[in-house]
Ligand binder design. Structure first.
Ligand code: ADP
Ligand code: MG
Length: 729
């Protein structure tokens, strides 16, 4: 009986007790990085000269020779075996949301047929995973080329269970990247090079600029029993139907509230496991929606931070099972409550510890600060469409523009102080500004001595906000690989910084004083790009109109947003920075369109199935009960009286009938639309067809189902409801 199944599941969920986690006897600082082949382990397991050569190569982006690799592999293997590992894997990030790995045991047979444990430098450096089934957009068809994974020594190897995981890039035999990591490393290299050149105007000693990333991971938890009883959650990651719970987040009683004890135990275990993996988790709290939570680490170098985010998502998924939960990383698992994002806090810093997005104390420091801020603004303005494309996906589309998420338009929040400062760059009133400023900031730009940027002036509606010493890119989805956004942002800023250097050098070549040249170029940039800055309410309809007037990208169709990757401007930018070629961009877009189509296709199938074999049969059964009751009332009572007793019931019977018919019609039409769309060969056109002709049925079907859920006898309804899914006891 389906009814009893639902109630059994609910009862179980509500009876679950917290699973107490064993907290290690050591302090976090003692077990931090226990499973990581970090510098301390390297020193212990590698000969001194090898250790020095390896760290020198890592710090200065130098190639690692085969004999060093052999020695490193041997040390790494010894450490891994001492930790109980038996297998190793190249760990890479294909163009899906997750990571990929293929485990091999360390064992080999020597020439006498005896088994030995071995990891050679060759196997450490490069492998050829049989990976023809990873998305590749046609670059890597099985007849033409092999792909290989190659060691990324800048991210340390780590152990999960019995396996040594070696972070790698994944590239085609012909050199094109097939993953997220390879272009990310190139983008980070590009921004390093370009930013160092600009830094030299202010600090000639700077040798390296590091991009930092601090992500904030939002997610939902659902009881595993309830999850298993919702095929839509299981197969698509989100609920395709479900009437809003009478109580959800109206009272704001979840945000920063006490964390339920079942959840606290889960969080404790995630933290312990993450710390052991060297992921510096620091913050945990409830989020706005019921059952929604957040973890955030201390920020790190971008490539490492991103590896850590992927590893953390995998760890959460695994640990959740120990506690009878499932983690939902989908950006919008539930309609009507907040979705989940992954704010990317991003900044640039130098090898000698200067944070380039932080205002300083001297005029030189503040001119440098303004220089970097203005160049970021200009880059975000010029590439706003691309940045939006970098965070767009079938799943994040449900979140953007919905309850309390940034809209599908990229803009920058600066706060009033900084806006004021920037507006006066290059203006003649400069000298008067100091007197007129009431903010306590000296705005006498060439002599900018001290800027007090108020970072409490926060605007939650902005997709890209300046928060005092960094930018917070908030439009990224919870499920995404941060690399996508970080590749676009760091490359765009790299290109912009090298354009800036060209513009300034042109002026100084004409004999203009360097500081004047910098200010004059910045002044021009501010005029050209302040349209990207918006401090008002990003959720409002007025902003949508205003943004369109300002020429910002306001497209909401995800397949069309992806076109931003193939504009001349984007292609030039990625090729000038050496991050991606036109061929790579084209291939990756094929993957994006195909993934989009498949996601909508799966949702359409699941929704159609559930409508036909759960919702309609249940509703029909209830309707028959009502009909039977109405009949009996008519037999028992006079016509007049019966009319009084079941008049409303007849309305309900009719309402159910109308909705069932509507659902049937929409589902049939949706299937027909899908069949039409499937005939289209071109990936882009097919994705557009899925967006324009298939996806619009979801809401129409759901509206009718959700209404039926309200009407039909609760005992008969087979699927757990929002009020059950969203509240953990
Ligand atoms: P909030 O929710 O208030 O935005 P959190 O404390 O949850 O802030 O997260 C802020 C994130 O920003 C953390 O990961 C933190 O380490 C990171 N962060 C702080 N300063 C910087 C910086 N200069 N560059 C990059 N990330 C930073
Ligand atoms: Mg936070």
């Amino acid at each position: 009986m389906p009814t009893s199944l639902r109630f059994r599941v609910i009862e179980n969920a509500f009876l679950k007790r917290p699973v107490e986690v064993k907290v290690p006897n050591e302090r976090p600082s003692e077990y931090f990085g226990k499973y990581v082949f970090n510098r301390a382990k390297m020193q212990q397991f590698l000969p001194q000269d090898i250790y020095e050569k390896l760290t020198n190569s890592i710090d200065n982006n130098l190639p690692i020779s085969r004999d060093i690799a052999d020695a490193v592999a041997d040390g790494m293997k010894k450490w891994a075996i001492s930790m109980g590992a038996t297998h190793y894997t190249h760990w890479f990030h294909p163009l899906t949301e997750g990571t990929a790995e293929k485990h091999d045991a360390f064992v080999e047979l020597d020439k006498d047929g005896n088994m030995i444990e071995r990891l050679s430098g060759k196997l450490l450096i490069q492998q050829e995973p049989d990976a023809s089934s990873f998305p590749n957009g046609g670059i890597r068809n099985t007849f033409e080329a092999r792909g290989y994974s190659a060691w990324d020594p800048s991210s340390p190897a780590f152990i999960v269970d019995d396996t040594l995981c070696i972070p790698t890039v994944f590239i085609a035999y012909t050199g094109e990247s097939l993953d997220y990591k390879a272009p990310l490393l190139k983008a980070l290299h590009a921004v390093d090079k370009a930013a160092v050149e600009v830094c030299k105007y202010f600090n000639p000693e700077v040798k390296k600029v590091i991009a930092y990333l601090g992500w904030e991971q939002e997610f939902f938890l659902v009881d595993e029993g309830l999850y298993a009883a919702r095929p839509d959650l299981l197969l698509t990651g989100r609920t395709l139907m479900g009437h809003e719970s009478s109580k959800n987040q109206q009272l704001d009683d979840h945000y920063f509230g006490a964390i339920p004890s079942r959840v606290i135990e889960f969080m404790k275990e995630v933290e312990i496991e993450c710390l052991k993996l060297g992921i510096p988790l620091k913050t945990r709290h409830n989020e706005a929606a019921p059952n929604q939570f957040e973890f955030a680490p201390i920020f790190e170098e971008c490539n490492l931070a991103n590896d850590h985010n992927l590893l953390m998502m995998a760890t959460m998924r695994k640990v959740a099972r120990n506690h009878g939960f499932r983690v939902l990383l989908h950006e919008k698992p539930f309609k009507g409550v907040n979705g989940s994002g992954k704010h990317n806090n991003w900044s640039l810093g130098t090898d000698n510890g200067i944070m380039l997005m932080s205002p300083g104390k001297t005029k030189n420091e503040n001119l440098r600060f303004i220089t970097f801020i203005v160049n970021v603004i200009k880059a975000v303005h010029k590439y706003n469409g691309l940045l939006k494309a970098s965070i767009s996906s079938a799943t994040n589309a449900h979140r953007l523009g919905a309850a309390e998420a940034p809209p599908a338009i990229i803009s920058i929040f600066l706060g009033s102080h900084l806006t004021q400062v920037l507006q006066h760059i290059g203006s003649e009133e400069l000298d008067n500004l100091e007197a007129s400023s009431k903010q306590g900031i000296n705005l006498d730009i060439p002599q900018i001595p001290e800027l007090l940027i108020d970072n409490t002036d926060r605007n939650r509606t902005s997709p890209f906000a300046f928060t005092g010493n960094r930018f917070e890119f908030r439009a990224i989805g919870a499920e995404a690989n941060c690399a996508s956004a970080m590749i676009a942002l760091n490359s765009a800023v790299a290109k912009q910084l090298s354009d800036f250097k060209r513009d300034v050098d042109e002026k100084t070549a004409m004999g203009i004083d360097q500081q004047k040249a910098i200010l004059s170029v910045l002044g021009e940039y501010v005029k050209e790009s302040m349209d990207i800055c918006f401090d008002g309410n990003g959720y409002s309809d007025e902003w949508k109109e205003e943004a369109a007037r300002r020429g910002l990208d306001c497209e909401t169709s995800v397949p069309l947003i992806f076109d931003n990757y193939l504009t001349d401007e984007t292609i030039n930018m990625f090729s000038a920075t050496g991050v991606m070629s036109k061929k790579e961009l084209e291939a990756r877009n094929e993957v994006k369109w195909e993934t989009y189509t498949k996601k909508i296709q799966i949702e359409a199938r699941v929704l159609g199935d559930l409508a036909k074999n759960h919702v309609i049969p249940t509703s029909t059964k209830y309707q028959s009960e009502l009909i039977e009751n109405a009949y009996k009332l008519k037999l028992l009572f006079s016509a007049d009286k019966a009319e009084k007793l079941c008049g409303k019931e007849l309305d309900t019977i009719e309402d159910i009938g109308t909705r069932i018919e509507a659902i049937k019609t929409y589902v049939d039409d949706m299937i027909a639309a899908r069949k039409e769309a499937n005939k289209i060969e071109d990936m882009r056109e097919r994705a557009i067809a899925y967006h324009d002709t298939v996806a619009p049925y979801f809401q129409k079907i759901r509206a009718n189902i959700d209404r039926l859920e309200l009407v039909v006898d609760d005992k008969m309804w087979t699927l757990p409801k929002y009020r059950e899914l969203l509240f953990i006891r």
